[in-house]
Design a protein. Structure first.
Length: 296
């Protein structure tokens, strides 16, 4: 009877030891790459169509900031440009009279040339008309040069206004709130009709399709891990068991740090540990801050 009692006691002790033995090599909590999206313009938020937990696509339009004054300023600049360009001279109209005179002079030259062949005109008459034609051509060249200088000057005066229009258009584009990274909205910092300013946070987003388990290992475990190593990640299934999935070690800290109070290590006596990151595909089970365990 005494021998049976001792055997039962030993079995219980052995079972207790086995239960106390940890079946994981490292543990930690899940995190994601979080991005805070800020406003690019100043003004009142007229529309902001997002909710926390909502999945946003890349380049999705989600709202806009009041841009009335910017739009009116753009219209004003465009009218200034039109008014300035309307002062550019019409070269064809300005040279029309000289072209008529040159055409008449050329006809007269042909007439005198024919008369000269018949002996009805003198060479001096032909020389005079040729001189008149050369004068008209020089007048036309001078007029063209003057008109070109005037036109180019007006165009150069308009160039800074064009740049201002582009600047205003860029500011108008920034009044549109467009999501630039696919992910889930974690926190919403602003609401419709609130004032915002450039650089002020609007919402925080994270891509939850993949999630990162930041775990900690002791120095003795370092030789057992390497980058791109496949590991098993376990989480509580809520029924007394575990859900397991495959993960990949993507980062190993080169510097040791003191063990965080909320983290257990395989060797709980280890004061200095090394952080690692394990990338895991998320099917929706994993949440930021959830506890997870790693088995090498």
């Amino acid at each position: 009877m005494k021998k049976a009692s001792l055997l039962l006691l030993a079995s219980i002790s052995l079972l207790s030891c086995n239960n106390d033995k940890k079946n994981f090599d490292a543990s930690g909590t899940f995190e994601a790459i979080e991005t805070i999206i800020s406003a690019d313009a100043n003004g009142t938020i007229n529309a902001f169509n997002i909710e926390e937990g909502q999945l946003l696509e890349n380049n999705q339009f989600i709202g806009y900031i009041d841009s009335t004054q910017l739009y009116l300023k753009k219209v004003q600049l465009e009218k200034q440009i039109n008014a300035l360009l309307s002062k550019k001279p019409n070269v064809a109209v300005q040279l029309a009279s000289l072209n008529i005179q040159l055409s008449k002079a050329n006809k007269e030259k042909n007439r005198i040339s024919n008369l000269l062949k018949d002996g009805a005109a003198t060479p001096k008459q032909l020389d005079d008309i040729n001189a008149d034609i050369e004068v008209l051509k020089k007048q036309m060249d001078a007029q063209k040069s003057s008109l070109s200088i005037t036109s180019d000057g007006i165009s150069k005066d308009a160039n800074p206004l064009y740049v201002q229009v582009e600047q205003i258009q860029d500011q108008l584009n920034k009044c549109k709130i467009i999501n630039k990274t696919k992910g889930t909205v974690l926190t919403k910092y602003a609401e419709v009709n609130e004032m915002t300013s450039q650089g002020k946070a609007l919402y925080k987003i994270a891509d939850m399709s993949t999630i990162i388990l930041r775990a900690y290992i002791s120095g003795n475990q370092l030789p057992n891990v390497k980058l791109n190593q496949k590991v098993t990640v376990s989480t509580d299934d809520g029924k007394g068991g575990f859900n397991t999935t495959e993960g990949t070690i993507t980062w190993i800290n080169e510097k040791a740090e003191f063990t965080p109070k909320t983290i257990q290590t395989k060797d709980e006596r280890a004061n200095l540990v090394y952080a690692i990151k394990v990338k895991v595909k998320n099917d929706g089970r994993f949440k930021i801050g959830m506890y997870g365990e790693v088995k090498f």
